[in-house]
Design a protein around this ligand. Structure first.
Ligand SMILES: [Zn+2]
Length: 371
């Protein structure tokens, strides 16, 4: 009788301890994001994923991510955003007018205009918190999306201004398509190692800052040559460099720009090819995150491009060469409850949630960071 009672008692204790341990693990996991890899498929709508799987007969690494919701993409000035206002929303947590890079919508934010201030972006916040930072893209680094994560200017067309701000930014690694403006001399004068090939990219060490201006035009599998890295090669190398001997964590923004560019050309095959290469980069991010266990990977888009529809025969077609207003996917992997499955959020919530995952000060972005 006594033994039976003791066994029962021991079993109850064991269950309580197991529950406590589980709760303990959950609590510590939720506060355990040290690195963030933020991936933006420019122009990537939900049906771009479906079209890519259908046309190319592949499955997507991004669809293995356990958290999947959606984001609304409208800008302050238009129902249909452009990539500049989209990047500002995704980087700074503010809605602005189409064309603005990390800049307030002046009509709505006269106060800030008078102060000549601009909304801080998540890259700057991460630097202030001692993290290493990187931006990689298949576009020019002065493009709207990388621009939104590294500069503040009233127009996406101010590319020289964006380059100058990038050179002065202190961001550890900025890599994209080459343009004449950033010369080796300019980069070196700004303290950056100039990178223009796979070989020079692979030679970069964790102790140096690097500015990548790759010479070939695109970074798709079909353009792959021995000198120009693909997006996934850039992603893998950037993660290696930023994570090496780094106890303070890192923030890396990865943009697949050509899903949008090919969709503008109503080139469905090109768009799915670009998406497949973007997904190859997602694989590199997830491989790292799974080993590291302290990395949050977030994937989204600034807007959809192409107005893809599903046809009666099960195929998918583009219906426009323009952006559309449809909600875009938001996918997350890592030790943080980033988004509920099926939840629809406003895109400005994404950087706020990243800041919350990194436990930054609640007043660090224009709108309060909410859990
Ligand atoms: Zn576009």
């Amino acid at each position: 009788m006594m033994i039976g009672f003791q066994k029962f008692f021991a079993a109850v204790i064991a269950i309580i301890l197991a529950i406590a341990a589980l709760l303990g693990i959950n609590v510590s996991q939720e506060k355990d994001v040290q690195n963030v890899i933020y991936m933006i498929g420019d122009g990537m709508g939900e049906l771009h994923l479906e079209k890519t799987k259908h046309d190319r007969g592949i499955s997507l690494a991004m669809e293995t991510m356990p958290q999947r919701g959606y984001a609304m993409t409208y800008s302050a000035s238009d129902e249909i955003t452009d990539s500049a206002a989209g990047a500002t929303a995704l980087a700074c947590g503010v809605k602005t007018y189409n064309g603005a890079i990390g800049y307030y919508w002046e009509n709505e934010h006269e106060f800030h205009k008078e102060e000549n201030s601009h909304p801080k972006n998540i890259t700057e916040l991460c630097m202030e918190n001692g993290m290493k930072t990187g931006i990689i893209t298949t576009d020019y680094t002065s493009g709207a999306t990388p621009g939104g994560f590294s500069a503040h200017t009233d127009s996406r067309d101010n590319s020289e201004d964006i380059y100058e701000q990038q050179l002065a930014s202190g961001i550890d690694l900025i890599w994209g398509k080459g343009e004449d403006y950033v010369t080796r001399e300019k980069a070196e004068n700004a303290g950056y190692t100039f990178v223009d090939s796979i070989q020079t990219m692979n030679a970069v060490t964790a102790s140096e800052k690097s500015f990548g201006q790759f010479t070939a035009s695109l970074y798709h599998t079909y353009n792959k040559n021995s000198h120009t890295p693909t997006l996934s090669q850039m992603a893998e190398r950037a993660i290696d460099i930023l994570s090496e001997d780094n106890k303070n964590g890192f923030f890396l923004m990865i943009e697949g720009a050509h899903i949008d560019k090919k969709s503008h050309n109503e080139d469905g095959d090109g768009a799915t090819e670009a998406l497949e290469e973007f997904d190859n980069a997602v694989k590199k991010a997830l491989d790292f995150a799974k080993k590291d266990k302290h990395t949050l990977v977030v994937i989204t888009a600034d807007h959809e491009t192409g107005g893809i529809v599903k046809n009666a025969d099960g195929s998918y077609s583009l219906t426009t060469g323009k952006h559309t207003a449809v909600n875009v996917p938001v996918m997350a992997y890592g030790p943080y409850d980033f988004i509920d499955n099926g939840e629809i959020i406003n895109n400005i919530q994404i950087p706020l949630r990243i800041a919350a995952a990194l436990e930054f000060n609640k007043n660090c972005l224009p709108f309060e960071v909410t859990e």
